[in-house]
Design a protein. Structure first.
Length: 333
């Protein structure tokens, strides 16, 4: 049986503030801890008014202190913006504070618009082709395994600890799957992005995985969007907020908030808009507990996933908590 975790993007609900969203993230992490979810990951987004956090390392520290059992991690750190050495030190410190509970998920997407990327990389030369080297450097820093020929041979990433955070490569294409397979890392695919080729990427990863000191066997997860309610009708009603949010994002017109059901209901959709929404729904899981359970099991099999991360964007926070509770109950966590 596959495991279930949580992916949280801390969306700022219409009529609420970023501080409100972060309080909701903390409350949800505590509930996920009690319900038996395996891990709780937070994402990295820049220059967005509708998403409340841009620094997963800072938020992980807060959430780990507010919970007791669940693993906390990044979904993920956008490594090309940063020094691999500094990222390794950040996560070593988190691991020292909360041994055995920290994941470092790494990605290479920009996490924002080009202007944010320019600001993040101001005065720095970095080419995307260097990303595989950054991953190799991260392994060396986190596991004190830099070779004698490494350009920084003998360098230590503080603090000195006996354990290391779990390391993951994340992606929405096949390229990260290839790197993860070659280096023997765990791999996560963002299914809810809607990028095609996910099943093939995971299949390639598992078929070509090379055992490493980090992992003897391949381990893959998929991040999926699921909205669960007591009835299918109510789940579909709650999911209209997600429909509108992603429609606007697809059009390059990101909202400055996550819309309420009422705003979504009153939006002046064109026929083409409605067609795009219907097409988007096929990659999302919306329904009552039995329907969601069946679809999660189907997706886990399709993706050969050892684990699924559930992102459940719902404007009403009580309904969002209820969605995760229903999923946990249906999946017998």
């Amino acid at each position: 049986m596959f495991k279930l975790g949580v992916l949280d993007q801390s969306q700022v609900g219409e009529g609420r503030t970023a501080s409100d969203a972060l309080k909701e993230t903390t409350r949800l992490a505590q509930e996920a801890d009690k319900l038996g979810f395996s891990r709780y990951w937070v994402s990295e987004h820049h220059a967005s008014r509708s998403l409340a956090h841009s620094s997963p390392e800072v938020l992980i520290a807060h959430l780990a202190s507010a919970t007791s059992r669940i693993r906390l991690g990044s979904g993920g750190v956008m490594l090309p913006h940063y020094s691999a050495y500094k990222v390794a030190e950040n996560f070593r410190l988190l691991e020292a504070l909360h041994p055995g509970r920290i994941d470092v998920g790494l990605g290479r997407a920009p996490g924002g618009m080009p202007i944010a990327t320019r600001a993040l990389q101001e005065g720095k030369y970095m080419h995307i082709d260097e990303y595989p080297q950054q991953i190799t450097d991260m392994i060396g820093y986190l596991h004190d395994s830099l070779g004698p020929d490494h350009r920084f041979a003998g360098l230590h990433a503080s603090p000195a600890i006996d354990t290391a955070p779990e390391m993951w490569l994340l992606g929405s294409s096949g390229e990260s799957a290839k790197i993860a397979a070659r280096l023997g890392l765990s791999f996560g695919f963002a299914q809810f992005f809607g990028t095609p080729g996910g099943e093939e990427a995971v299949r390639y990863y598992k078929d070509n995985f090379r055992p490493s000191p980090l992992n003897e066997k391949p381990y893959a997860l998929a991040a999926v969007l699921a909205v669960c309610a007591d009835t299918e009708e109510e789940a579909n009603r709650l999911a209209t907020s997600t429909d509108l949010f992603f429609l606007r994002l697809e059009q390059g017109l990101e909202l400055s908030f996550f819309p309420s059901v009422e705003t979504a209901h009153d939006y002046p959709y064109t026929e083409y808009d409605l067609q795009r929404i219907r097409m988007g729904r096929h990659r999302r899981i919306v329904g009552n507990p039995d329907q969601v359970k069946a679809r999660l099991e189907e997706l886990a099999e399709q993706y050969q996933a050892d684990e699924l991360l559930i992102v459940s964007p719902i404007h009403n926070f009580a309904a969002r908590l209820h969605s995760y509770r229903l999923i946990a109950e249906a999946m017998k966590l």
